[in-house]
Design a protein around this ligand. Sequence first.
Ligand SMILES: NC(=O)c1ccc[n+]([C@@H]2O[C@H](COP(=O)([O-])OP(=O)(O)OC[C@H]3O[C@@H](n4cnc5c(N)ncnc54)[C@H](O)[C@@H]3O)[C@@H](O)[C@H]2O)c1
Length: 226
Amino acid sequence: MKILVTGGAGFIGVNFVYYMLEKYADYDIVCLDALTYAGNLKSLDKAMENPRFTFVRGSIADKDCVDKLFEKEKFDVVINFAAESHVDRSIRNPEVFVQTNVLGTAVMLNCAKAAWELPDGTFKEGKKFLHVSTDEVFGALDFDSPLFTEETKYDPHSPYSASKASTMMSFIFILSGIMLFIKTVMYCPTLASRSSLSLSLISLRFILPLKVFGSSLTYSIILGYL
Ligand SMILES: NC(=O)c1ccc[n+]([C@@H]2O[C@H](COP(=O)([O-])OP(=O)(O)OC[C@H]3O[C@@H](n4cnc5c(N)ncnc54)[C@H](O)[C@@H]3O)[C@@H](O)[C@H]2O)c1
């Protein structure tokens, strides 16, 4: 199994990379990361020693780079963590959020589609694309409001959450059949610097029945699909 992890030098991605390398001895991981201010290559030092791990510096919005990577590596699964992810920065500089979160995701989806689609419009067996979004697409929750559910209408309150909502609403059909959509809010104790973690994994029409493993950890949910 060969997995492309984008944004693997970031806060969540790096933990995911180590988890996967340790847990699955037969998985190869390629990490594509632009190393923005949020990426820390040093945190992948130990992974670099593993022959099953490859790091590529590049942007998910660079079609040429992503196409070549798909062509070379023949990925089975893509997990798209790469994003501009900080709300305050999105208010000061929304353009880069559109560039990475919207256009970058479109590039990723189109490259996956080009690599995995068969002449009859179906997709090669076993291919999966997991896109990571955020519960912030639903807006803010008052103390006495009912909880968000899958049916809650999107109501983003920042350029960041608007860029994530846009991705989820715009690109539903590109990979119809092999994308996964999970929305959940969870606590992730392995990630010390942000105790409350909410995460949405998008996919849209389709696939496998949702299984949530263990105690709602991000990774256990993601891994349920691998
Ligand atoms: N951390 C949270 O609490 C939280 C909550 C909800 C959703 N999310 C989502 O989870 C994902 C990961 O979050 P995080 O906290 O690890 O983010 P982060 O900001 O810590 O890391 C993002 C990573 O993406 C890389 N990156 C940025 N632009 C890129 C581009 N154009 N091409 C390739 N790589 C690029 C950065 O270098 C960095 O390594 C994001 O999609 C985020 O929106 C995070």
